[in-house]
Design a protein around this ligand. Structure first.
Ligand code: NAD
Ligand code: UDP
Length: 319
């Protein structure tokens, strides 16, 4: 098949392009390179089955493909808050554009949604039936509500125009090719630890997240796309939950770093807890994560120490 991956030069997108090529498909990677890099896909660009198109999903486009994975959207808080209006446009107009394309081509389209649709959840762990607790006017809303509206559009195109959709709700995912200065917790802690700088722990570190390694997530994407029993939404994430303080301590010990923990204020609307209920993914996709945090962190630390240029750059300079 010929498959379009929007946001294909980003962290998850580049791994997905790689996997689809391995599976024997032709891949068209569309990206405006806001938070993605050509470097992430340089190793793929030699292959005749791979094509890169620099384009913004907010602007309509026409291509001929058999399937679409829609990943285009900045994903880290500092990146999606840099230009919040553009973030909403990317989610909403991007969804309208890929859905219009899927309707015309009669092709299946998968949306990379997020656990952020659950907001700061009062139901724990979060099943897909939970409608969420989202602040519609806060600093995270451009991302959370943009993604919620994109889900609405996916289901309305499905009901109204019979577009063949799939919706994945992704929980925190990490691994090689994360942007080293995107401010997300795993990349931040590893970079800080490798530079022996203070580890910035927001709040008292008792808030929780559940971290999924990128290879597991990509496998979930492909399984969701390839089956016909459910359109979703379906949670994809690792159900092992950690406090952010535990993560900080683990990173310090695994890197042998001299870094100390520095407590900083908790950002506005920062969810206190997050863990996916993955019963549906187990049932419909026979999927569950295989790579546990220790192993995934080891691979990610190796990537940052060997590949990423950590000599310059800060979270502030990355936007
Ligand atoms: P990322 O920032 O590395 O990748 C996003 C990609 O989209 C980048 O290459 C960026 O340049 C591109 N992009 C942004 N706006 C665009 C636009 N208007 N037009 C075209 N391209 C655009 O982030 P990621 O972690 O790889 O996230 C990929 C997708 O998965 C996003 O939609 C994100 O919301 C979703 N997601 C990720 C996580 C996670 O933990 N990584 C969790 C939940 C959801
Ligand atoms: N966090 C932190 N220090 C950092 C970056 C993040 O303590 O340097 C915390 C953040 O407040 C949140 C958690 O780690 O509670 C996960 O943050 P991230 O931005 O990675 O993802 P999200 O909040 O979107 O799940």
């Amino acid at each position: 098949m010929r498959i379009l991956v929007t946001g294909g030069a980003g962290f998850l997108g580049s791994h997905l392009c790689e996997r689809l090529l391995e599976d024997g498909h032709d891949v068209l990677c569309l990206d405006n390179l806001f938070t993605g890099f050509k470097e992430n896909i340089r190793h793929l660009s030699e292959r005749p089955q791979f094509e890169f198109m620099r384009h913004d999903v907010v602007d309509p486009f026409k291509v001929e493909v058999d399937r679409i994975f829609n990943l285009a959207c900045p994903a880290s808080p500092i990146h999606y808050q840099y230009n919040p209006i553009k973030t909403v446009k990317t989610s909403v107009m991007g969804a309208i554009n890929v859905l219009g394309l899927a309707r015309r081509l009669k092709c299946r389209v998968l949306q990379a949604s997020t656990s952020e649709v659950y907001g700061d959840p009062s139901v724990h762990p979060q099943p897909e039936t939970y409608w969420g607790s989202v602040n519609p006017i806060g600093i995270r809303s451009c991302y959370d509500e943009g993604k919620r509206c994109a889900e609405t559009l996916f289901f309305d195109y499905h009901r109204q125009n019979r577009v063949d959709i799939r919706v994945a709700r992704i929980f925190n995912t990490y691994g090689p090719r994360m942007h080293p200065f995107d401010g997300r917790v795993v990349s931040n802690f590893i970079v800080q630890a490798l530079r022996n700088e203070p580890i910035t722990l927001y709040g008292d570190g008792s808030q929780t997240r559940s971290f999924c390694y990128v290879d597991d997530l990509v496998d979930g994407f492909v399984r969701l796309m390839n089956q016909t029993d459910t359109v979703g939404p379906i949670n994809l994430g690792n159900p092992r939950e950690f406090t952010i303080r535990e993560l900080a301590e683990r990173v310090i010990s695994m890197t042998g770093s001299a870094s100390e923990i520095h407590f900083q204020p908790l950002p506005q609307d920062d969810p206190l807890q997050r863990r996916p209920d993955i019963s549906l993914a187990r049932e419909y996709l026979s999927w569950e994560p295989k790579i546990q945090l220790e192993d995934g962190l080891k691979r990610t630390i190796r990537y940052f120490s060997e590949h990423a240029d950590l000599s310059k750059g800060t979270a502030e300079s990355s936007v």
